[in-house]
Design a protein around this ligand. Structure first.
Ligand SMILES: N[C@@H](CCC(=O)N[C@@H](CS)C(=O)NCC(=O)O)C(=O)O
Length: 265
C-alpha cells in the first residue's frame, strides 16, 4: 500500500511538462535536448523563450537553486527539470528522455540497447561537438577567441584534416554495420536520440566548416552519414521545428563561423 502511494506520487510528480534550462540566444548543447522533445512532440518550457529565462539559468549556474534534499546542484546547462527531478549533462538528459519519449528501443525488448545507443551519442558529442568547440577555444574556455586565434587556426587545420574525417568514417562504418539494421538510422533500424545528436553535430559542422563539409560530401565516402542528416531534417516534427522561430540561429555557441577557420582540407 505504501509503495502504491509512492508510485502514484512518483507518477503525478512527472505528469507535467518538461523544463529545459539553457542559455537564451544560442542553440548550443541545449539543441540536443530540444530536438528530442520536438521529435516526440512533448510539451516543454524553455528558458530561451520565457520571461526571466536568463535569470533562471543564472540562479542554477550561481548555485542558488535547486536547494532541496534530493537533487545535487548542477554544474552547467543544459539542465532538465521534470517534476521533482533536476538533472544535467546532455547525454544523461537524453538517456532519461530517450526512455520516456520512445527514442531508444524499449527496455522490455532489449534492456542493453540504451547503452549501445548512448555510446553512439557520446562518441558524436566527443568528436563532432566537444572537439569543434575546442577549435575556437583551444587554450582556455574562459579566454576570448581573439586571444587564441593562432592556436585556433592550428587546431582547426588538424581537426578538418584528421579528426573530422576519422569521426565521419566511424559513423559511416556504424551505419553500414549489421547492428544498424535497415534504413537510415544508427541502431537497430529505429530512430534513436543518437541519430538526433548526429544530425545536430553535422548541421553545426556544416555551418562552422562549410568548405570541409562540402568537400567531404562531394567525395562521396560518407553518403550514409549525409543521408541520415537529410532523413532527420525531413521528419515531420523536426521539419516543422527547423522552420519555426524556436530553432535559433548559430552564433556564439559551439558551432561558430570564422572565415579564417573555414579551411578546405
Ligand atoms: N558535459 C556537459 C558540458 C556542459 C557545458 O559545458 N555547458 C556549457 C554551455 S553548452 C556551459 O554553460 N558551461 C559553463 C562552464 O563550463 O563554466 C554537457 O554535455 O552537458
Amino acid at each position: 500500500m505504501a509503495s502504491e502511494t509512492a508510485a502514484k506520487r512518483q507518477k503525478s510528480s512527472k505528469d507535467v511538462p518538461y523544463n529545459l534550462v539553457y542559455w537564451p540566444g544560442i542553440p548550443g548543447r541545449g539543441e540536443h535536448i530540444r530536438l528530442a522533445l520536438e521529435e516526440a512532440n512533448a510539451e516543454y518550457r524553455d528558458t530561451a523563450f520565457t520571461e526571466g529565462g536568463m535569470d533562471e539559468v543564472l540562479a542554477f549556474v550561481n548555485g542558488e537553486v535547486p536547494d532541496d534534499a534530493i537533487n545535487p546542484p548542477p554544474c552547467a546547462p543544459p539542465i532538465l527539470k521534470h517534476g521533482d527531478l533536476t538533472i544535467s549533462q546532455t547525454p544523461n538528459i537524453l538517456q532519461y528522455l530517450g526512455v520516456r519519449l520512445g527514442l531508444v528501443p524499449s527496455l522490455e525488448e532489449d534492456p542493453d540497447a540504451l547503452y549501445r545507443v548512448n555510446a553512439l551519442a557520446l562518441t558524436a558529442l566527443d568528436g563532432l561537438s566537444n572537439e569543434p568547440h575546442d577549435c575556437h577555444h583551444p587554450i582556455a574556455t574562459g579566454l576570448y577567441y581573439e586571444d587564441q586565434k593562432d592556436e585556433s587556426k592550428r587546431k582547426s587545420e588538424d581537426y578538418v584534416k584528421n579528426r573530422l574525417p576519422k569521426f565521419m568514417s566511424y559513423f559511416e562504418r556504424v551505419l553500414g554495420s549489421k547492428a544498424s539494421g535497415e534504413g537510415p538510422w544508427l541502431h537497430a533500424g529505429v530512430l534513436t536520440y543518437a541519430d538526433l545528436v548526429l544530425f545536430q553535430c553535422l548541421d553545426g559542422l556544416k555551418f562552422m566548416f562549410p568548405k570541409a563539409l562540402s568537400k567531404l560530401e562531394r567525395e562521396g565516402k560518407h553518403t550514409k552519414v549525409f543521408a541520415l542528416h537529410k532523413a532527420v531534417a525531413e521528419r515531420p516534427n523536426i521539419k516543422a521545428y527547423l522552420e519555426s522561430p524556436r530553432r535559433q540561429k548559430y552564433s556564439g555557441g559551439i558551432y561558430r563561423y570564422y572565415e579564417e577557420l573555414d579551411i578546405e582540407p
